[in-house]
Design a protein around this ligand. Structure first.
Ligand SMILES: [Zn+2]
Length: 190
């Protein structure tokens, strides 16, 4: 059901329509009006349990979620130098509704358990990466030392095509270029 997917995480206020009674079982923070329409009782976000077909509204207090030490974030490399990259963090802990405007920084010493001479050997502009938060203030310091962390989408430095993962390297399917990077085991293209 595309409708339930698009409603997942949606911010709502009291009286907002969430669905119809044939679609869902009623959870907390929701009620059915006299026309059979499920509506929100609260200011909050829609939470749909797809397996149980249960819809509820979770109250959201105060400020949006901010990154905490230990969180996994995803972001795009927005700046690079020999020893630093800047990361535009777009999601925290794989929860898309928790979109952010936060910036992360990775120092070359935090890229890999192995020695990295220059950041250009690990990342390039526009790459999508997964990283772990290691400080509690903005800009957040990140690390990609773990096997699950690092690049998840990368582009060929010669022709711009999306690189494919082959063993521990990235290979361009268009021009055959091979690049060594700090690749996550969760790299998205094979
Ligand atoms: Zn290429």
């Amino acid at each position: 059901m595309t409708t339930s997917k698009s409603r997942q995480g949606m911010p709502v206020t009291p009286g907002d329509e969430l669905g119809v009674e044939e679609e869902y079982f009623l959870g907390q923070g929701a009620y059915i009006d006299d026309r059979g329409i499920i509506r929100s009782q609260l200011v909050g976000r829609v939470l749909i349990d797809i397996v149980k077909r249960n819809i509820s509204v979770r109250h959201v207090k105060g400020k949006p979620y901010v990154p905490k030490v230990g969180d996994i974030v995803e972001g795009i490399i927005s700046g690079i130098s020999e020893d630093l990259v800047f990361v535009d963090i777009y999601t925290i802990e794989e929860k898309p509704s928790r979109s952010t405007d936060f910036t992360g920084i990775i120092h070359v010493s935090q890229v890999s358990p192995e020695y990295i001479e220059t950041m250009y050997d690990a990342f390039r502009l526009g790459y999508v990466i997964r990283a772990r938060v290691i400080t509690d203030y903005n800009p957040y310091q990140l690390t990609t030392k773990e096997p699950g962390l690092g690049v998840i989408v990368a582009f060929c430095s010669k022709c711009g095509a999306i690189l494919r993962k082959s063993d521990n390297r990235l290979v361009c399917p268009v021009c055959g270029n091979v690049e060594n990077r700090k690749i996550s085991v969760m790299y998205l293209f094979r």
